[in-house]
Structures are given as C-alpha cells and as structure tokens.
Design a protein around this ligand. Structure first.
Ligand code: GDP
Length: 379
C-alpha cells in the first residue's frame, strides 16, 4: 500500500527535536508548533503568539535556550528574540553547525566547519552596526565608513573575520591537494571504490560495520554521526578488495554554506565506481529523504552514467507487505538480512566496471583486435 509521506509540520518538529537531542548535554524539554508570521519582521511571530511564547518561556525555569527551527535568523532577529525570552536563541543553522562542530574529527572537517561559521558570525556583527538598529540589516553589506565608535569596533571585527576566512581557505586548499594525491594513490592501487550515501541516520555506519566486521566503528542513533568521510577495506568473494567510503549524512534544508563547505570532501567520496544509496524505509518521511539525497547528488553534478544501487534498509522493522518494489535490494544492516545478496550485487557491478577498465587498457596498447575491443569496451 502506498503511504502518504509528505513532510508535515509534525515531522518537521520531530526532526527539530532530534537535532537538539543529538547534541551531548542538550535536551529538548518542550516543543511548540508556532506559525511564523513574517521572516522580514524583527520578531518573526505574530504579536499574540509572541506574547504567549514569551510567557511560556519565562515561566519555565527548565528552558535554558530556545531553538527556532527556521533555517537562518538574522543577527538582529536573534538578538531581539533573545532579549524578549531572556535565554540564548538558536536557529537551524547554528544548531546544525554545533552538531557538525561536535562531530568533526579530522583537521579538514574541523576547518570546514570553522569556514562555514564565518558568514554566520559576520551576520551577527552586521546587525550591530550603527544605523541599522531599527531596520533589518541586509546581510553581507559592504562596510561603510560612516564613523562612530560602535561601527569601528564592528569594522575591525569584520576585518578579523575576513583575514581568518582567507587563512582557513588557504589551509583547506592545501588539504584538498593532499586528498587528491591520496586519491591518485588509491587509483594506482586499483582498488574499486564503493561510496555509501544516504539521509542521515539511515544506517550507513551500521552497514559498513556489518560488512567489514570493524569493531572500532560505533553507530550512534544520532543525526550526523558520520561527518568525516571514512574509508574501510572489504574483500569480495572473488578475492578482490574494494574500498567502502562512508559519507556525511544528507539532510533536508541543510544550510547552504554547510553543504558548500563539505562539497569537496563529498565530491571526492562520490567520485567512486559504485554509489550505494541507502534508505531507511522504516522512516515515515522516507520519500522526502530519498528525494533530498537525489537532489543533493544532482547538485554535486554526479555523472549520469554512474552505477547507483538503491538499497532499502531496516526491513526488520517492516512487515513484508510494506516493502516497496523500487529498490534494487532489501536489507537489514542490523540483523544481516540480505547482506550476502548485497555483496554479490556489489561484486557484479564492480567486476563489470573493472572489466571495462581492463579492456580499455588493452585498447590503449593497440593491436589488430582494436576495433573489436573498442566495441566491447564501450558497451
Ligand atoms: P548513519 O547515520 O547512516 O551512519 O546511521 P547509523 O549506522 O549510525 O544508524 C543509525 C541508527 O539506526 C542506529 O541506532 C542503528 O542501530 C539503527 N539501524 C541501522 N541499521 C538498522 C537496521 O537494519 N535495522 C534497525 N532496526 N535499525 C538499524
């Protein structure tokens, strides 16, 4: 039976709660659905709702911060809400950034997060500039020179941020070069690469753990448990070793800057021989999650000829009538159902690709069978 799986305000609220709960030391104590009146207004909510929110928050001593799950609030809006509610106010951007910060392990991931934070810090400062107090500031405005001590403080802070941004960018470029070298090394050794992509929490880490028996990997029931791209070797039944690449989980409405920050790492990971698109089919919002991953892959300009395998995960949580026919495979990364078939399918795809590569090599070496080989190689 086809389920109606459109994203609803309730599912969005659920995801917002999950985001907060995925941070250590953060816990969601209350969640309220409030329509946003206008994102252009300083307070964003209608005045009646605003007052009742204020009353609620001020009366509850367990609330030490408020997460307004709107994508990005302007600096001036954050401050306005903060002063009214009497507690720090976060938007989706700052919460996701916090999660990324918490999860970043490699130097590159840490720098990428720091890089993505700069426009956010900049927008907070722009709101403080003199003359913008009563208007909503236009983000990233050019730095005027109207004078005034408040402004010169902001200007020098903005200057510092500019310098920091350039420095981080340079450092990231250096690391990207090193990664490209590593990639060439990987190619030279001829290990085919299989990248696992999917919505955050769909089971990528669990799958790799089950396939490789790597006990060092700990899957966490948390959004973004995998931030850095990690690589694990797996031997196929035919004795060929493939490299499994685990990528950062995708998520809808991810702040654009953060996607941009992770673009290069992601693109490298996705530059694999085979892509496995893993899907948590037990999730009520799976259709939206699948669409998000497809969109993101499109944005990353994935080669349309790339072999993509659609794999439905967590089937142990479903009854057999609930399983769809769209996926290439149904598995449970947790209890191991379907993993043998999964490995066989990977092997078939990888062998197809490596055979094609082998034929190309023969074509390059010339000879009388050139045209025959060429035909085979481009099938
Ligand atoms: P990732 O973010 O995609 O790497 O997801 P994880 O591998 O960390 O898994 C997220 C959560 O889903 C964890 O609590 C896993 O135990 C759970 N999980 C993963 N695969 C399965 C599965 O096949 N069945 C069930 N029931 N749970 C699973």
């Amino acid at each position: 039976p086809k389920k109606n799986l459109l994203t609803t305000p309730d599912l969005m609220l659920e995801e917002a709660k999950a985001l907060v709960d995925s941070l250590p030391n953060w816990k969601c104590v209350d969640a309220i659905k409030v329509p946003v009146e206008s994102l252009e207004k300083k307070t964003i909510f209608g005045s009646g709702q605003f007052e009742s929110l204020q009353k609620n928050i001020v009366a509850n001593p367990n609330i030490s911060a408020v997460f307004v799950s709107t994508n990005v609030l302007r600096g001036i809006q954050r401050r306005e809400l903060m002063m009214t509610f009497g507690v720090p106010v976060f938007d989706r951007y700052s919460v996701v950034l916090q999660i990324f910060k918490d999860r970043a392990r490699t130097r590159e991931a840490k720098l990428q997060v720091a890089f993505a934070e700069i426009p956010y810090l900049r927008s907070s400062l722009v709101g403080l500039q003199k003359g913008t107090k009563n208007n909503l500031p236009v983000e990233n405005t050019s730095r005027g020179s109207k004078g005034g001590s408040g402004e010169s403080f902001c200007d020098s802070q903005l200057h510092l941020l500019d310098r920091r941004e350039i420095k981080i960018k340079k450092e990231l470029e250096k690391l990207a070069k090193k990664r490209t070298l590593l990639k060439c090394e990987r190619k030279k050794r001829e290990f085919p690469v299989v990248a696992i992509v999917g919505y955050t929490n769909c089971g990528k880490t669990t799958l790799i753990k089950s396939l490789t028996g790597d006990s060092k990997i700990t899957p966490r029931d948390a959004l973004f448990a995998t931030l850095d791209v990690t690589v694990h070797g797996m031997k196929l039944p035919c004795n060929l070793t493939v490299l499994l690449v685990d990528t950062v989980g995708f998520i809808s409405n991810i702040p654009v800057n953060l996607i941009a920050a992770f673009n290069s790492t992601l693109r490298d990971a996705i530059d694999a021989d085979v892509l496995v698109h893993l899907q948590d089919i037990s999730h009520p919002d799976v259709e939206n999650q699948v669409a998000t991953v497809k969109d993101t892959l499109e944005q990353l300009n994935i080669d349309s000829t790339k072999t993509v395998i659609q794999v439905a995960n967590k089937i142990d949580k479903m009854s057999s009538e609930e399983l769809d026919d769209y996926s290439d495979l149904h598995i449970s990364a947790k209890d191991g159902t379907g993993l043998e078939e999964f490995v066989d399918l990977i092997q078939t795809k990888v062998l197809e690709i490596t055979n094609r590569r082998y034929l190309r090599l023969m074509v390059l070496s010339g000879g009388t069978e050139y045209s025959w080989l060429h035909k085979e190689a481009t099938v």
